[in-house]
Design a protein around this ligand. Structure first.
Ligand code: NOJ
Length: 576
């Protein structure tokens, strides 16, 4: 092992590390087929190293029918030819390592594709493989061949029943996501064996981190029965199930990844569970993604019912998870964006933001960056976030690709929404907002491909793109570079305690917190307010503060008579 690899291994669980998520299909296309690929990523490593990130999380590039863009895996230990070859992968790992970056792979171990050999062999009648999946008889079935009704009223995450009738099995199979993604049965030790083998396979190829897809859904309840209401409550029932910690400990031990950079995606999870997933004494994972802070604009808890973000609620959720994980010794993954979320800059800054340098668009992006990077945990950047990329600008449902968007558009229409209302919901909430091609240049197809991009490029790439931003003073990219360097060099941000602060009654849309380590103290003040406002300097303990380490607007708001005036979306990180 060379020196750089040693450094990487040693720092793998270091809270100073910054992870950059690459949505492979949309990052960089090297061969003109309109899809991003592995050589495309390799060609952009200098851009990423210059930004200062430590790990590159790659979304699935394994063979897949692409019903869910690769989260429907048909072979866990191979590269889909669309994305390159195993040699391309090895080259990428080596070239990233040379630049001091590790590769983190996405492990989709809760379900397979229905095209996976295991499912196909189950269909062909092999009992061993039938035991890999969760199969049930229908409700009210009159016997073999009669489907009856789905075994329970469970609704899958993408809308519609969580059960699919399979005549070749004479059973229904459970799928918490798309019907092409049958859930595997983790109670079966053979399944657990296979999955540990998959992780080992990639670890042996030089991967230094893993992201585990919906890993808290692997342990289903002992009794699978109807849930109250429309069936969507099954998700809370499946989340953090009875054997999840036991299975995770076993997986981590058997694949030899304890202490590596690992993160679990935890759907509908709870604080206590996440403490257990990520407290190092438990030997499960290094970090966890939870999503409660990204539901503060769900009206009545529904993703497809729109409302403005409730910042009071956001503050409550962030403080509960920050202070709660701290008390239990767990570790949050810090993020606003990923490939399943609308772009945060649009979401928290309102629509109609202009991509103009120095405009509110830029303030919102920088404010969100300060807020995230100053919290306790491990910061994540999603591709394009460092440029200030916004939601897609699609005006018709045909422009969207995502299976969840199309299912829910149909469900909204069936529920009585007009086409216009349904489209508005999809425009705001579609996962495709985060999946539009990376904006490299102001030129054709944003420099993403010389072919036809698989998903349309937003028109604002002429103003928001890497070519214009790298090296440009005050740009979003340069701001991120500065923030990353600051974060990585700061012990108080890595290891300090966190405490949320009272901003006073004049500032309900300001979130402020302190980080403290020994005699060092930093305060982050982040205004989510589109209007100016004032915060109480005494209750924030900033009256006698020293340096402003970073600010969104340049300079500082005015401090007078114990009150600090903040401009719209202003954020400050202050050393006290
Ligand atoms: C979470 C992934 O992030 C998402 O993209 C995917 O559709 C589901 N898990 C199912 O694998």
């Amino acid at each position: 092992m060379d020196e750089k690899v040693n450094t990487m291994t040693a720092q793998s669980n270091n809270k100073n590390s910054v992870v950059y998520e690459i949505y492979v299909k949309s990052f960089c296309d090297s061969d003109g087929d309109g899809l991003g690929d592995l050589p495309g990523i390799t060609s952009k490593l200098d851009y990423l190293a210059n930004l200062g990130v430590d790990y590159l999380w790659l979304t699935p590039f394994y063979p897949s029918p692409q019903r869910d863009n690769g989260y429907d895996v048909s072979d866990y230990c191979a590269v889909d030819p669309r994305y390159g070859t195993m040699e391309d992968f090895d080259e990428l790992v080596a070239a990233a390592r040379e630049r001091g970056m590790g590769i983190m792979l996405d492990m989709v171990l809760c379900h397979t594709s229905n095209q996976h050999e295991w499912f196909q062999r189950a269909l062909a009648g092999e009992e061993r493989y039938q035991r890999y999946y969760i199969l049930r008889d229908g409700k009210g079935s009159m016997g073999p061949g009669d489907p009856g009704e789905p075994p329970t009223n469970w609704q899958c995450v993408f809308g519609g029943s969580a059960w699919e009738w399979e005549p070749r099995l004479g059973k229904w199979y459970l799928h918490m996501h798309d019907s092409s993604q049958p859930d595997v049965d983790w109670t079966n030790p053979d399944v657990r064996d296979e999955m540990a083998g998959v992780v080992r396979f990639w670890k042996e190829r030089g991967v230094t981190g893993f992201r585990f897809d919906v890993i808290n859904l692997i342990s289903k309840p002992e009794v699978i029965d109807d849930v109250p209401g429309d069936g969507s409550a099954c998700r809370a029932l499946v989340a953090d199930g009875p054997h999840v910690h036991e299975y995770l400990k076993e997986l981590v031990e058997r694949s030899g990844i304890d202490g590596m950079a690992t993160v679990g995606e935890m759907a509908s999870t709870g604080l206590e569970s996440c403490i257990c997933y990520t407290n190092p004494d438990e030997h499960e994972l290094g970090m966890s993604f939870s999503f409660h802070h990204l539901k503060v604009d769900y009206k009545d808890g529904s993703k497809w019912r729109l409302m403005d973000p409730d910042i009071v609620q956001l503050r409550r959720v962030l403080s509960e998870w920050q202070e709660g994980m701290q008390a239990g010794g767990g570790c949050n993954a810090l993020f606003w964006c990923n490939h399943d979320q609308p772009r945060a800059i649009t979401r928290f800054g309102g629509t109609g933001l202009e991509g103009e340098r120095g405009g509110s668009w830029e303030h919102v992006g920088k404010m969100l960056a300060i807020c995230s990077f100053a919290m306790r945990g491990a910061p994540y950047i999603f591709q394009g976030e460092e440029l200030g990329m916004t939601n897609a600008d699609y005006t018709s449902i045909e422009q969207f690709d995502d299976v969840e968007s199309h299912n829910n558009y149909r469900i909204l229409l069936e529920g009585g929404s007009s086409q216009e209302e349904a489209l508005r919901a999809i425009q705001a909430r579609s996962r495709d907002n985060g999946r539009t091609p990376m904006q490299w240049t102001a030129g054709e197809n944003a420099g993403f491909t010389c072919g036809t991009p698989w998903l349309a490029v937003p028109a604002n790439h002429v103003r928001i793109n890497a070519e214009d931003e790298v090296g440009a003073k005050g740009s979003m990219y340069e701001f991120y570079r500065e923030l990353i360097a600051l974060r990585k060099g700061s012990e108080v941000l890595a290891d300090g305690t966190v405490r949320f602060l009272d901003t006073g009654s004049g500032a309900p849309k300001v979130i402020a917190f302190e980080r403290v380590l020994g005699s060092e103290r930093m305060v982050a003040i982040c205004s989510f307010d589109s209007e100016g406002c004032t915060v109480d300097a005494d209750s924030l303990g900033i009256a006698v503060c020293g340096d402003v380490l970073l600010s969104t607007h340049g300079g500082v708001g005015k401090l007078a008579d114990g009150a600090l005036a903040l401009r719209p979306y202003e954020a400050l990180l202050i050393a006290c």
